[in-house]
Design a binder for this molecule. Structure first.
Ligand code: CA
Length: 368
């Protein structure tokens, strides 16, 4: 279109504004229908960062639609238990949930990629893979078989390795250890003799306090501090090699997703992206202060030894090989993500790694 014809059309559009306004109201009303959904979270309200990501998403949707698309968020246990959130969404008990995909790895380990797999991608890389590396498309090919449509909706960043009642110095120290560990990581740890326990967030502290379990991982300093683990298990290990950048997901009943007007689908997708970014930013703001308070309160920071990390890495790789041999969907996603990961860590060595390493040395030397 040349400039003159553009101006002419713009002029015509301007002249017709009054008439168009009178006629437009019914069309707008149709395109903004009242939709009321329930979203069940896998998390307690006390975890304001993770539970809050669902509220951030819901508020964005409500505000963007003049309140016409209203998503009410329920904490774990209000409608269904934390670990039943995706089942409730798939069954249509609720329209959607906010959860960690890997909670459902027992149904199919392919769910794990929606959060992260052990020794998988960090938070930034996970977003690169989800949004541009084919991750979201692949995950939704899988989620469709489960009656769900999923969108990343939050990330914790690299997590801590958890709280232990006693020091863990060698691989042998893991044998017989009862540990609350989220998701698929437990299957890998079993190879090293650990006895994994899958327990929803609100139930971890009582189990650790009673001694039903010997260790528990949850998220990182800010959330762990709230749940008070340092009072009953003082050794705080890192890194959480099974959660290098854990994503949360909004999972929508597939039928309900398909019924949504396209504009509401777009708003909800944007809301999830906004919540995804917001949650990581919130953690990056809150964790530094929390780790200082935890150490002041008696937490003893301990890195996992290279021996333990290497043994866990080898156990992870052999686990993936076993699953790849029998689960074509898992293998399809694994192969795609591995190719992404190889290049992502090639680039990261040049970019953040060298920059961050230099800056960390300045930090340690008190020069920041
Ligand atoms: Ca965790």
């Amino acid at each position: 279109m040349d400039r003159r014809s553009f101006i002419k059309k713009a002029g015509l559009a301007g002249a017709g504004t009054a008439a168009a306004t009178a006629l437009a109201a019914p069309a707008i009303a149709q395109s903004m229908p009242k939709v009321s959904w329930r979203c069940t979270s896998s998390f307690p309200k006390a975890l304001d960062t993770i539970f809050g990501a669902a509220e951030t998403m819901a508020n964005f949707v409500r505000d963007s639609t003049d309140g016409n698309f209203d998503i009410q968020v329920f904490a774990a246990g209000e409608l269904v238990g934390g670990l039943q959130a995706a089942d409730a969404a798939a069954a249509g008990t609720v329209e959607m949930c906010h959860t960690a995909s890997y909670y459902y790895w027992g149904k199919d380990p392919t769910y794990s990629f929606g959060t992260c797999i052990p020794f998988g991608l960090n938070a930034r890389q996970n977003n690169g893979w989800f949004y541009y590396g084919g991750g979201n498309e692949l995950m939704n090919e899988f989620y469709a078989t489960q009656g769900l449509y999923g969108m990343p909706c939050g990330n914790t960043g690299a997590q801590m390795g958890g709280w232990f009642r006693k020091e863990i110095n060698t691989v042998d120290d893991l044998k017989g250890l009862k540990m609350r560990v989220g998701g698929f990581a437990g299957k890998i740890m079993e190879k090293l003799g650990l006895v994994p326990q899958q327990i929803a967030g609100g139930d971890i502290y009582p189990s650790l306090e009673k001694g039903t379990i010997d260790a528990a991982e949850w998220v990182g300093p800010y959330d762990d501090e709230k749940l008070g683990f340092y009072k009953v298990a003082p050794y705080y290990y890192y890194p959480g090699w099974w959660e290098g950048g854990s994503a949360l997901h909004a999972m929508v009943n597939l039928g309900k997703w398909n019924e949504l007007p396209k504009s509401y689908q777009a708003v909800l997708a944007s809301a999830c992206e906004a919540a995804n970014c917001d949650m990581m930013a919130s953690y990056d703001h809150k964790n530094p202060a929390a780790i200082k308070r935890l150490v002041a309160g008696g937490a003893q920071l301990k890195p996992f030894s290279q021996e333990i990390l290497s043994a866990c890495y080898d156990a992870a790789i052999s686990t993936y090989e076993e699953i790849n041999a029998s689960n074509p969907m898992f293998k399809k996603i694994y192969d795609n993500q591995q190719a992404f990961k190889k290049d992502a860590y090639l680039w990261a060595q040049l970019s953040e790694y060298t920059y961050d390493t230099f800056m960390m040395i300045q930090q340690r030397n008190g020069k920041l």
